[in-house]
Ligand binder design. Sequence first.
Ligand code: 7PJ
Length: 273
Amino acid sequence: MYLRCGRFKLSLERPLVMGVVNVTPDSFSDGGLHFDTASAVAHARRLIDEGADLLDIGGESTRPGAAPVALEEERRRVLPVLEAFAGGNVPVSVDTRKPELMREAIAAGAAMVNDITALSAAGALDAVAGTPAAVCLMHMQGEPGTMQVNPSYADVVSEVRDYLGQRIAAAEKAGIARDRIVVDPGFGFGKTLEHNLALLRALGEFRLPGVALMAGLSRKAMLGRLTGREPRDRVPASVAAALLAVQNGAQIVRVHDVAATRDALAVWQAVKT
Ligand code: 7PJ
């Protein structure tokens, strides 16, 4: 199985590691650490050296309670970092929900759009459809500002799966073939700890035909709840979570700690039959 991703054709025979590059002053996991272009570029280069298969560059924090960012500011944060890597050997994803920035990023060489709103903004499907870019369609209940106030589902697994199925159908109708589509249940996006654990247990049910599956658990609050640790001290828990996600069917893991995740996956790969 392959994922078509801009000028890349990525084999999904072994799990891929997507390294997170936050160009934001307020991300929960590394808030402000890589806020200027030069330090974000240096961080991205380090993730490539550690073995990242993809980079995900984002300029809007979507942590619970975060405020939205204006287009100009998001563009100013994201595009210079993207441009520094767009011509290289590692495909670059842009983490945005804004159709205008999707278009600009793809024109600047982004190979993937990672959208926590699954291309639901007006014009978002069209921004991606006529391009070679891949797209990650993620599930979120509510909006980042309020999503963790009272997440509620009758059956979290079937509701998230049905939603992703609907977004795949919308993407296909707009002209995005399945071999360009990734789905992601959106751990922590309008979900309690119990919801997140149910999704992780049932991750295999999100392997939909011809579509790749991504999981992002890295340093998230659910791991803080389980370990009592602050985000920067959640690396071992994050590696365990990435490993469980891959064991349960994830083909791409979105992580902050690329080297540690790669090591764990090397062991997994060797043991796997
Ligand atoms: C995710 C994401 C995720 C996808 C963020 C964080 C919060 N995109 N963007 N999946 N999380 N596709 O980095 O922990 O889980 S922002």
